[in-house]
Ligand binder design. Structure first.
Ligand code: GLV
Ligand code: MN
Ligand code: MN
Length: 423
């Protein structure tokens, strides 16, 4: 068992990241992929990694690797990381806790002089949030082979700039895109520390959650085209109103998610644009996203099929044109029992109660699970609030999660392929 995390050091780093904010006039933080402030935040973490004695590299999609080299660097490494990009007007803990936590865990291991055979890598995964380019886990998705360089040409932000253009602008396309791809065996194990983003741990008074499985999302991009017309002179029975049609779909998604599946079945329309967006004009076009999540892939597929059929039906009845594209369709994942056992062993030694749970939010670990064993450590979120400026986890709670993470990474770094400890 290692010692204590340095709460002052971690707090200062989390606070420093908070200041890389594109919209400081808002209450919360907005740090979208490859915005100037996000690039500055990357540079800041890289500099902290170098100071901590980690070897820093970056790949063609912008994933950053800070490696604490082990005594047998030829062995598959142990990974820990998360993200530093945010949703719009976010809190300061989503993702950053897992990045600074991994960095602190590496420092704790290095400062303890504990022998570790495998290298331990602290990572920043590129754009876990779908905020700028419409799909999440861009860095880890590329590692898992689900985003080709060609596909980055058709991912656009709200200004019409493609991800590919941004990669070119920043010089990433000069490197070998294929090298981002990871295969089974490249990574021995991966453990992500994250805030819970729900209120289960707080209600139980439990400081540590161990994630046994992660729900996966399906994203659908929808466009409805009707007829833009005068709001005063067009009789109700002659309208082809894209806003009214969208409203029906929004409520249908809510009722489908409520009446289907299980506790983890959820459906959200979080991004919506109406055109021309004027008080006295019937909307001729609406564009919106559908986000469906579940732990059960068959329920998710069923929900997807039902909402798409409903969209077709609404379009037919209202004489609109509907177009929709599934932009991401990910698979739920389960955590690896040996990693869960290592996390549990650390909590037992530290006398910390644990709660085993399912993550309703997705994380980069969902993608990493396609090529490596994964598990996650959750720390409590006050009031269960996240994706909001009010998001809060105390530095002591973050430190407790980091200490468990550090023990776990050290233990995994000295494990052989059979899951046995080796020195
Ligand atoms: C990640 O932030 C998610 O939407 O689950
Ligand atoms: Mn998030
Ligand atoms: Mn996150």
């Amino acid at each position: 068992m290692l010692g204590k995390a340095d709460t002052t050091r971690m707090y200062n780093e989390l606070s420093a990241l908070k200041n890389f904010n594109t919209c400081p006039e808002q209450e919360g933080i907005t740090r979208l992929l490859f915005a100037d402030e996000e690039i500055m935040a990357r540079a800041y973490v890289k500099q902290r990694m170098v100071k901590a004695g980690l070897q820093v590299t970056e790949d063609t999609i912008g994933n950053i690797y800070g490696t604490l080299v082990g005594s047998q660097p030829e062995l598959a490494p142990v990974w820990s990381g998360s993200h530093i990009d945010t949703v719009r007007n976010a809190g300061m803990y989503d993702g950053t806790v897992g990045v600074i936590g991994a960095l602190e865990a590496c420092r704790m291991i290095r400062e303890s002089n504990a022998p570790h055979r495998r290298s331990i890598v602290a990572l920043i995964f590129t754009s876990e949030e779908p905020t700028r380019f419409g799909i999440g886990c861009i860095g880890s998705r590329t590692m898992a082979g689900h985003l080709s360089l060609e596909q980055t040409k058709s991912l656009y932000d709200d200004q019409g700039i493609s991800l590919f253009q941004e990669l070119e602008r920043l010089g990433y396309t000069k490197m070998d895109y294929g090298a981002v791809r990871k295969k089974k065996g490249d990574v021995f194990a991966s453990v992500e520390l994250h805030i819970e983003q729900a209120s289960v741990l707080e209600r139980l008074g439990c400081p540590i959650g161990i994630v046994e499985a992660i729900c996966a999302p399906t994203y659908i991009q929808v466009t409805l085209e009707g007829q833009q017309e005068h709001a005063g002179s067009t009789p109700m029975n002659e309208r082809r109103d894209a806003m009214a049609a969208a409203s029906e779909i929004i409520l249908k998604l809510e009722s489908l998610a409520r009446s289907h599946g299980n506790n983890h079945t959820v459906g959200t329309i979080g991004k919506f644009c109406a055109y021309p967006n004027s008080p006295n004009v019937i909307a001729g076009r609406t564009e919106f996203t559908i986000d469906i999540r579940d732990i059960d892939e068959t329920v998710k597929q069923d929900m997807t099929q039902k909402i798409c059929a409903y969209i077709d039906n609404v379009a037919m009845l209202r004489n609109l044109r509907a177009r929709y594209t599934v932009t991401a369709d990910d698979l739920p994942c389960v955590s690896a029992p040996p990693i869960i056992a290592a996390i549990t062993a650390s909590c037992e030694k530290r006398n910390i109660p644990i709660h085993k749970m399912i993550s309703g939010a997705y994380h980069d670990s969902l993608m990493i699970a396609e090529f490596a064993p994964v598990a996650m450590i959750f720390v409590p979120s006050r009031g269960g609030i996240s994706h909001d400026p009010a998001e809060y986890t105390s530095i002591e709670e973050i430190a407790a999660g980091t200490e468990v993470l550090a023990d776990t990474l050290l233990s995994l770094s000295n494990m052989n392929e059979m899951g046995e400890a080796e020195q």
